[in-house]
Design a protein around this ligand. Structure first.
Ligand SMILES: [Zn+2]
Length: 310
């Protein structure tokens, strides 16, 4: 299974605690690949969500059920050709149920799907995260860190694409935008940005995997650049680097790096930013500089803190 599908499976199990976020995530999923079928007299007939991922389909179903007292039809279009994925369709039928959902998602007048957003629909940071998560689940993907770094969200509508760009800016993500096969593509190329994005949408497990692969990749590059390092030694460095990074990410996720003592916080930040630097190099980067053993001591301390949090 691809890195992207694994990330989606994990994220599909995450159901927001607050109703505000359920709503924004559902809206994002709907804007990703949803349609509203209308009759000639503009009477709404049916509302449909579409996805190729079974876990995402289950999540849409759960969100709809949690929010509204309506019945939902689930249909599957089986793949006919190799490499073609199944398609899952979740449908809401009938004037009243459809109106209920559309009104709640503020999509209750014609063409609202392509319209701009009501800022008041987003109650806080939680909602923007949920919206980005929904957009990733609905029409996004991320490449495995073993290859080129690439994460993208796609959208049929320009207004949604630019809204996503703006939402990502809230987290200092410098996304770029272009067009492919009639869809807008909002993408990130830097590994730091991709890690931040995965963190924002709550994909903590994939983020760890991503970081681990990145560290190993950086270490290999370092060795290839001619740094003197024997294989056995390299393995040791890789394992230590991965362990330290996991500790720092765990601390950041559970209590936040800012809560650490200043002395530990600085080392944690540096290690996170320079996963393959040696202890000596990290020590030199400190202000004032620290000895190798002082850095080592602090990194051990960070691992102890993480162990207690786990
Ligand atoms: Zn919220």
């Amino acid at each position: 299974m691809s890195f992207s599908s694994q990330a989606k499976n994990n994220l599909s199990r995450l159901i927001p605690e607050r109703a505000c976020c359920c709503r924004t995530e559902l809206l994002a999923l709907f804007r990703s690949d949803g349609v509203i079928h209308k009759m000639d007299d503009e009477q709404v007939l049916m509302l449909q969500f579409e996805t190729e991922n079974a876990a995402v389909a289950r999540k849409i179903f759960k969100l709809l059920k949690a929010m509204y007292d309506i019945s939902i039809e689930v249909a599957v279009r089986k793949k006919r050709r190799l490499k073609k994925n199944n398609k899952y369709m979740l449908r809401v039928h009938g004037q009243e149920p459809v109106r209920l959902v559309l009104q709640d998602l503020q999509l209750d007048y014609a063409d609202r799907l392509e319209d701009d957003y009501e800022e008041d629909f987003f109650l806080g940071d939680c909602c923007y995260r949920a919206y980005l998560r929904g957009s990733f689940l609905g029409a996004g993907s991320v490449s495995s860190p073993e290859g080129d770094y690439h994460l993208e969200l796609t959208s049929r509508h320009a207004s949604n694409a630019y809204f996503l760009l703006k939402a990502m800016e809230r987290y200092d993500l410098k996304a770029r935008i272009n067009k492919r096969k009639g869809r807008y593509v909002i993408y990130l190329k830097g590994s730091e940005d991709i890690v931040t994005f995965l963190n924002v949408i709550g994909a903590h497990k994939k983020l760890l995997e991503f970081e681990n692969v990145r560290i190993i990749k950086e270490l290999r590059n370092r060795v290839n650049r001619g740094v003197n390092c024997e294989t056995a030694n390299l393995n040791k460095i890789v394992n230590t680097g991965v362990r330290q990074m996991e500790a720092i990410l765990t601390i950041d996720r559970i209590m936040g790096i800012e809560k650490l003592k200043v002395s530990l916080r600085e080392v944690a930040r540096l290690r996170r930013e320079f996963p393959s630097s040696s202890l000596q190099e990290l020590g030199d980067m400190m202000d004032p500089p620290l000895s190798k053993s002082a850095i080592n001591h602090r990194l051990r301390k960070l691992e102890e803190i993480a162990d207690k949090l786990r």
